[in-house]
Ligand binder design. Structure first.
Ligand code: THU
Length: 128
């Protein structure tokens, strides 16, 4: 699958986000080693700490389907001039499953940047 195809799947997921508080919708599409893709979107809540990010929703979908062999994730926001890079907690969640996962971070205009999780979260905490 091309980067653009994975970003397009994340874009579709973004449109389903529930983000009435920030107005910042995010979609994520996480790809497994055989090309299977799981999606997620952010789900906000009136209680701040109860919100979940798109990346964590996508990981939860995949884990629930018995998969954790992730190779790449695309993250797409609904607005803003900046690349949508994963928050600190999401970096830790992604690092759990692959030390060299590729992270495609898009902007609302469709441009994107590619990073490796190791670069986004150096010296990450790990137990295994
Ligand atoms: N958000 C994500 O879902 N993923 C990111 O990578 C960055 C931020 C969400 C959290 C919150 O619902 C909204 O975007 C604004 O912070």
């Amino acid at each position: 699958m091309t980067d653009k195809e994975l970003l397009s799947i994340a874009f579709d997921a973004m449109q389903k986000a529930y983000a009435p508080y920030s107005g910042y919708k995010v979609g994520a599409a996480i790809e497994c080693s055989d090309g299977t893709v799981f999606t997620g979107c952010n789900v906000e809540n009136a209680v701040n700490g109860a919100s979940i990010c798109a990346e964590q929703a996508a990981v939860a979908q995949a884990i629930g389907a018995g998969r954790h062999d992730f190779i790449r994730i695309a993250i797409v926001p609904s607005r803003g001039d900046e690349y949508c890079t994963p928050c600190g907690t999401c970096r830790q969640v992604l690092f759990e499953f692959s030390k060299d996962m590729e992270i495609l971070c898009a902007r609302a205009d469709g441009r994107y940047a590619s990073y490796k999780i190791n670069g986004l979260l150096p010296y990450a905490f790990h137990l295994k």
